[in-house]
Design a protein around this ligand. Structure first.
Ligand SMILES: [Zn+2]
Ligand SMILES: [Zn+2]
Length: 168
């Protein structure tokens, strides 16, 4: 089973590199977007703000530089959830779409909730962000790195579920 999952991840990566265009949009279809190339990261985010904006225990986001993204159709509505950081949604159907803001060395970035991609199966997560804000009753048995804050920009806490004893 583990081997199969690994094979699927490799395949998903290969497909993403070959076919550089990915499409998505909101539930009603009035806001549409297209991304070019691979995301720089795909994170499970456990922060409280993502929970509020999405009404979910955890949210998974795929991040891109702004120059990799093109929006089509109706304009997305943006809400400034903290200074300089925006969360966008469709003002017709209410689907939460993005987190947008400063990505450090990457410049301005747009992270899409992977649930809004037409084929979220291809979006294989790479890490957990804001692990300390995770709801205690929600944990998953993957071996991905878990970070204190914005993934690679913050301290690495551990790999795998917190319930698993760390190797000696
Ligand atoms: Zn919509
Ligand atoms: Zn978050």
């Amino acid at each position: 089973m583990i081997f199969l999952a690994f094979e699927q991840q490799i395949q998903a990566k290969a497909e993403m590199t070959m076919d550089t265009k990915t499409t998505g949009g909101c539930m009603c279809g009035s806001v549409r977007y297209e991304t070019k190339g691979e995301p720089f990261a795909i994170n499970h985010c456990h922060c409280e703000s993502c929970r509020k904006h999405n009404g979910a225990a955890v949210v998974t986001l795929a991040g891109y530089r702004v120059d990799q993204v093109q929006f089509n159709g109706n304009e997305r509505k943006r809400y400034e959830s903290s200074p300089g950081a925006f969360r966008a949604f469709c003002d017709n159907c209410g689907t939460p779409l993005t987190w947008e803001g400063d990505g450090g060395d990457l410049g301005q970035i747009i992270e899409f909730h992977i649930s809004t991609f037409d084929d979220p199966e291809r979006m294989v997560p790479t890490s957990h962000a804001f692990e300390p804000e995770r709801l205690s009753w929600f944990d998953v048995a993957d071996d991905l790195p878990r970070y204190e804050g914005f993934s690679e920009l913050s301290p690495l806490l551990h790999h795998g579920p917190s319930s698993r004893p760390s190797p000696e």
